[in-house]
Design a protein around this ligand. Sequence first.
Ligand code: FE2
Length: 436
Amino acid sequence: MRKFLPFVALPLAALIAFSCSKSPSATTALDDADAGDDAGLDEVIDAGVPCEGAGIQKGPWVAGASLTSVIVRWETCRAGSPLGIHATTAGATARAVQGRETPFTLSLDHDAVLAPKAPKDYAGMVWTHEAVVDGLNAGTCGTYSLDGDATKTGAFCTLRAPTDELQFVAIGDTNPGLLRTGPLLPFGKTASFAPDFVIHLGDIQYYDSRLETWASWFPLMQPLLGLGGFFPVIGNHEFENPTDFPEFFMRFFASTGFKGTDRWHMFESAGIAFIILDTESPMDDASEQGIWMKSTLSALEARKNDADYRGAVVGFHKPFLTCGDTYDNAPLLALWEPRYIAAGVATVFAGHMHGYERFDHGGRPWVVTGGGGGAIRDPNQNMNRAYCNERTKGGAYYHLMRVHSEGTKLHMDAVDDTGTIIDAFDAPLLRGPKTP
Ligand SMILES: [Fe+2]
């Protein structure tokens, strides 16, 4: 196993090589040295990626939020990089927040064979950083910058009280290496729309496209990551190789503090419950996730007359309803839809089918928002499915969703990669915001 040793232990030539560029050629040169006159040199090789300046190589992003705090994460390629952030909220001076770093050893190299200029993911040690901005009020928004590099910035919001309204973005199946995700991202924010967070419907990064790695994904996705919280569901492409899920997804996006588990959980903002599910795990009645879902939905149903509960949004990856080129799931639809309705679920988001679909089903919209940049497939391949006459809108659109609560409804705009609103509709909430 490759290990990191302090730079002071290195010969000067090696120090220059590691601090400026841990490119493949540098790695090869050092491996050659290891075989020759400096037998210990290989031990200092870490993740092998360029490690300049403060060494910040992924992020930052907001991985979690509560009513009083947010979690900011980023990754560096060396230990001892400046650990903190400065967070600024409206009317306040910038506040220094100390973070902590955790070393992590990546076990495999990954590259993008069709994009030779894309940075690789190298085996070796990296450092995950986390800073928690706490002591905030509900609905507090602000910005932050990393102390190690003030150009690394983003926005954050704590979760909101039931008296408030809410804005968020939904997007799925992003594959920025194909160059169709990037043009979408500027439309995640407008003069009148600044999302608190992004719900990603899964298939976040595609090693399988052979056009990207996590190292190339992060810089291309930073315009989205900087908008606010980044709260993804788990898709099938989070398991493209044995290390993808444990070494990347879990390290980046788990341990959020949300209610539930790292794979399925719930948080609540503006009186709206967001239920994040995992279609890569069993969802039947007797499964661990199914038992959690029943308990969660029952608890929400019991609050249907409460002024501080306005309804719920469900998000998962593989759609129960689709007329496109992927499987639907009638058994899970039959099992869970009545419970969704009983619990006051306003809308259901899925991804996986690379295109756009909206169904008016059971009195609420079911949306497939899988057009985040993965190669668009055929959204009409299975129009013979019985419920496809309920598909109000569908097509081969690259798009994201801008969603905001507005009194007794959630309003949603599906926006394509030219900024055109291709679909606009409402989902019914149980009630408007609670009276202060
Ligand atoms: Fe998928």
